[in-house]
Design a protein around this ligand. Structure first.
Ligand code: AHR
Length: 597
């Protein structure tokens, strides 16, 4: 194939084109959020049940139960872990936490541990609690004693640091809190809000897990879509994601039943998301809840007022003036007086599930929000132009989960879209199955567990089309972003991880290639065959005068292609980044450019 490239750009490429879509779908708690202890505060569990003790186990015969404390550590955290040291015990007796399917223990790292405790009955008991990390078979990796007293029934907080001198050979480790069985025989102790943090990305308190955060940052994303996805919406109105329940001290965050089958701690809250965006140099594309719950409830129009006000407060938390808005003042009190950048706000998620009510919900939310925030662009989440919405959306979020073949054959998806001032966020896309009749089915019927070269090259073909249509596509993000391989609600994902390591996928490398090789203007070229197997796009980075050609060959056979560049002077060499099966990394080669026109 001979491809002629035009010297004249057809359109600028928005700097927001490539970014990341995030929601907590086995990805936040136990993932990007660096907290190592699972079920650290017994949030949203039913006291006195076995399920309430998820991830906890007794050490040396202690009796454990989660109780609705008569004196809770805070009103947001009503439950405590009750530990009874039975009479007649010797040696360390207490409780262990298994983490999120393991805890990585690294020599030389500093682990910051904390917890609250109280004795429900005051006594003359004085002793110590040993805080430590142990292997699953009880070998101590590090420990430190902390003096305690039962003189008061009030809560006391313990903060310690643990510095193991040897790394554990696996991640099958526990965080343990023990008392001397003989000395504490018969004592009952209540514990609340445990925490254990390894070092975090850029050393943010309450921050992100370094290896996952670094992997994501290395993609060079320009935006981070948050907080969902279905996890924004939830099954019931009461369970929806609410920004105000996710900010401030951890003691005041009640957590919530997330939409993906587990409890969200909300330790990764709105302020934490915004700090993360700032640390990586990306802008939030933030969603507000739009009055619909996935269980089927749409809030009646007459009752929308409080939800719209909550959305106004949420946006003010991000960009408002602390002198005029209490939400913005709260942000300032948390250390960020200046507003965060915010250009796009999404109204709901996949509201095509309730399009008949989105008509009034979109209208009422956007009318009120636009009046408050005239500089923000609001993104609709129903099907494009169906139903007809008022005010007319100028941005839509489009989602597509399909087969690798669909992606390759739809690289011209946006070419036919009317140029009518409407622009598009390709907010979720991924090739997730090889079975077009059962896209969301199981691996047995073609669902992918991880991205493959076939799926990733199909996505790459589609992405060349996004660059060609970047006059109307302003942002695009693969979804979902992350999953813990031991507890996954959805496959495939861009980056997988477990307690010890991160596993970027083939699609991760495709996303990274596009993101790190951006142009700021699109150079038209001979069009690929829409039903063929070879796709390309050509962009120019004007600051460096570089021409960047991206090519996706979606099949396993070689295809010769020649690019004819229309410039009088062209460097005689360039760089080719080639991503080939069966290699697992990108290879850089110098290329010789034979033709100088
Ligand atoms: O990315 C997983 C889910 O797919 C998102 O939560 C939802 O928006 C979509 O249906």
């Amino acid at each position: 194939v001979a491809v002629s490239v035009s010297a004249t750009a057809s359109h600028p490429i928005p700097s927001t084109l490539w970014g990341q879509m995030f929601e907590d779908i086995s990805s936040g708690d136990g993932g990007l959020y660096a907290e190592l202890l699972q079920n650290r505060a017994f949030q949203q569990v039913t006291p006195n049940t076995t399920a309430a003790l998820n991830a906890w186990h007794p050490v040396n015969g202690a009796t454990l139960s989660v109780v609705a404390d008569t004196v809770p550590v805070s009103s947001a955290l009503p439950n405590s872990l009750q530990v009874v040291i039975p009479a007649g015990k010797t040696g360390p007796v207490g409780v262990g936490n298994e983490g999120y399917w393991g805890i990585k223990v690294t020599a030389g790292s500093t682990y910051t541990a904390s917890f609250h405790y109280r004795f429900p009955t005051a006594s003359a008991f004085k002793g110590s609690i040993t805080v430590g990390l142990q292997t699953a078979i009880g070998h101590s990796l590090v420990s430190t004693p902390v003096p305690i007293t039962a003189a008061s029934t009030a809560w006391a907080q313990v903060n310690v640091t643990l510095r193991p001198t040897a790394s554990a050979s696996s991640t099958a480790n526990n965080f343990t809190i023990t008392l001397d069985g003989a000395a504490a025989s018969g004592q009952t102790v209540h514990f609340a809000l445990f925490s254990l943090f390894p070092p975090t990305f850029k050393n943010r308190p309450n921050g992100m897990r370094v290896d996952i955060a670094t992997t994501l940052a290395e993609m060079g994303p320009s935006f981070f879509r948050l907080p969902g996805g279905n996890n924004l919406v939830s099954e019931t109105v009461a369970q929806r994601w609410q920004w105000n329940a996710t900010v401030g001290p951890l003691l005041s965050r009640p957590g919530r039943v997330g939409d993906w089958g587990y409890i969200n701690t909300d330790g990764l809250g709105l302020m934490d998301y915004l700090n993360w965006c700032e640390d990586v140099g990306m802008e939030a594309i933030m969603a507000v809840w739009s009055g619909f719950a996935l269980g089927g409830t749409s809030v009646a129009e007459a009752s929308l007022g409080p939800y719209i006000q909550q959305a106004i407060d949420q946006i003010n938390f991000v960009i408002g003036d602390p002198a005029k808005s209490s939400a913005a003042a709260l942000r300032a009190s948390l250390g960020h007086a200046a507003p965060f950048p915010l250009t796009y706000v999404e109204v709901g998620n996949e509201d095509f599930f309730a399009s008949s009510t989105y008509t009034y919900r979109w209208h009422d939310f956007v009318t009120a929000l636009q009046a408050e925030f005239p500089n923000i662009h609001f993104i609709a989440t129903s099907n494009t132009f169906n139903p007809i919405l008022s005010p007319n959306p100028l941005q839509y979020d489009v989602h597509v989960y399909q087969t690798p073949t669909w992606f390759a054959q739809n690289s011209f998806f946006y070419d036919g879209f009317e140029r009518n001032a409407t622009t598009y966020f390709e907010g979720e896309y991924a090739a997730i199955s090889t079975n077009s009749s059962d896209i969301f089915g199981s691996p047995a019927t073609g669902r992918l567990t991880f991205p493959t070269m076939q799926s990733s090259s199909g996505e790459a073909a589609f992405m060349t089309g996004l660059e060609r249509n970047a006059d109307i596509v302003f942002s695009a993000s693969y979804a979902p972003l992350l999953n813990h391989v031991a507890n996954s609600q959805w496959t495939p994902n861009l980056v997988s991880f477990d307690a010890g390591a991160v596993y970027p996928s083939t699609s991760y490398y495709v996303q990274k290639l596009f993101s790190l090789n951006r142009g700021d203007e699109y150079l038209p070229s001979t069009l690929p065959n829409p039903t063929g197997t070879l796709f390309w796009s050509v962009v120019r980075k004007t600051s460096t005068r570089q021409i960047i050609i991206k090519i996706s060959n979606t099949v396993g056979t070689a295809a010769p292609v020649t690019f004819v560049l229309p410039f009088r002077t062209v460097a005689s060499t360039g760089t080719a980044q080639v991503y080939l099966f069966p290699f697992t990394t990108v290879h850089d080669f110098d290329v010789w450019i034979p033709n100088r026109c």
